[in-house]
Ligand binder design. Structure first.
Ligand SMILES: Cc1ncc(COP(=O)(O)O)c(C=O)c1O
Length: 395
């Protein structure tokens, strides 16, 4: 028996036709089939090379197919592909220890799952378990995923409606407004979930001081504070996590959720929790078959090691500084938002024509729910030369 071979004779039209005929049309796809990737670049079935400043949908933080991550996955696959949390595993032990060691000191335990929405579902469940309450407060503009509880916490455009009937006990506050959160939070509130930089909403940031005030309001009411760091975590903002960083005013929440770039492309999510929350979670309270599987754990460990060894966190911070400076003089750019390798470029008109022209020039970027904001989520190893190619194209 042979493994499914990549047939390089497959034309794009054949791939597109076959995929469109057999897969639900849920995404508006770019007119290209990715066959190979390396660093910030992908190659298509037609042999064309694209600069990927969308980082494989914010997933390939270490770049496409980072050699250290590929090697770790290959080696692990030859040892054992999978066993669940019903057994101990050396690779799980090492991945969990590494992740916890990089997290702010207060976050002492990891719970592994397989996606961002699953991490958020579990985080909200933990908040309910830790408090014995039901109410969850989240913010306008935040995106937390597409499963029942996460989509009910998502007050962004069409998304919440897609999840109807929504889970009860979800309430909305205005992002960045402490008065608004004060008006909604009360003694029945189990948790508050916040996307610290609202990526999908157009890379929206909260005013300085918001997180410290949010922390103290949550403490005052005994509510669990959750940072959804599915996008901002794992080095993307130029620090390992938004939690505990200078951007958060040093605030560390009770729970941080992660996914996207945590496994460099292998599906994995995680909740990092503090002692207050972990002390309320008992055997069989939470679970998932795939969470903590060996391949995912090999990918997590290697991802964290690669980010560290290659100095990618510093590189992400430098990328932001470079882009901000380089875009200052570019006509049509009204503002630059975000941190590190999570950048929103606001134009003084719609960004869609810019996105389309860049794609024609073989540069992949992303749009957002704000029609004026183009999103860049490049690999954390993106070089200034690669960014210069983008700046030149945009100019
Ligand atoms: C901030 C944030 N939270 C949660 C999710 C959901 O993650 P997933 O698609 O892995 O379920 C996303 C996905 O885009 C996200 O950006």
């Amino acid at each position: 028996m042979t493994a499914t071979a990549i047939d390089s004779s497959m034309t794009f039209n054949y791939i597109k036709k076959t995929e469109d005929a057999n897969q639900l049309a849920t995404y508006k796809k770019m007119p290209l089939a990715v066959e190979r990737g390396q660093g910030s670049w992908v190659w298509t079935s037609a042999g064309e090379k694209y600069l990927d400043l969308y980082g494989g949908h914010a997933v390939c933080g270490t770049g496409h197919s980072h050699p250290h991550v590929v090697k770790a996955i290959k080696e692990q696959a030859e040892r054992v592909l999978f066993y669940s949390n019903l057994v101990y595993s050396d690779i799980r032990a090492r991945a969990a220890a590494k992740l916890v060691s990089l997290a702010p000191d207060e976050l002492t335990k990891a719970f592994f799952c397989s996606s961002g929405t699953e991490a958020n579902e579990n985080a909200m469940r933990m908040a309910r378990m830790a408090t014995g309450r039901q109410k969850i407060v989240s913010f306008s503009g935040g995106f937390h995923g597409r499963t029942a509880d996460s989509i009910s916490a998502t007050f962004l455009g069409k998304y919440r409606k897609l999840g109807e009937p929504n889970v009860p006990h979800h309430f909305e506050a205005e992002f960045g407004s402490i008065e608004s959160i004060r008006a909604v939070i009360d003694g029945d509130t189990a948790g508050v979930i916040v996307e610290p930089i609202q990526s999908m909403a157009g890379v929206r940031e909260a005013p300085a001081g918001f997180f410290s005030e949010l922390r103290s309001v949550c403490e005052q009411h005994g509510a669990v504070l959750i940072f959804d760091e599915v996008q901002t975590g794992v080095g993307r903002v130029g620090s390992w996590f938004f939690a505990g960083s200078e951007f958060a005013g040093g605030v560390v929440p009770d729970v941080v959720t992660l996914a996207k770039s945590l496994g460099s492309g292998v599906p994995v999510g995680a909740c990092l929790v503090n002692d207050r929350v972990s002390s309320e979670i008992r055997e069989n309270d939470l679970g998932t078959t795939f969470g903590g599987g060996m391949i995912a754990m090999a990918a997590v460990l290697a991802t964290l090691e690669a980010i560290e060894a290659d100095g990618m966190i510093e590189n992400a911070a430098n990328a932001e500084a470079y882009l901000r400076k380089a875009l200052e003089e570019v006509k049509g750019v009204a503002a630059v938002h975000g941190k590190g390798c999570l950048v929103g470029i606001e134009f003084d008109g719609p960004c869609l024509p810019v996105y389309a022209r860049l794609l024609e020039q073989k540069i992949i970027t992303g749009t957002s729910s704000n029609p004026a904001v183009l999103r860049l989520l490049p690999p954390l190893c993106v070089t200034q030369e690669e960014l210069a190619t983008f700046v030149e194209a945009i100019g």
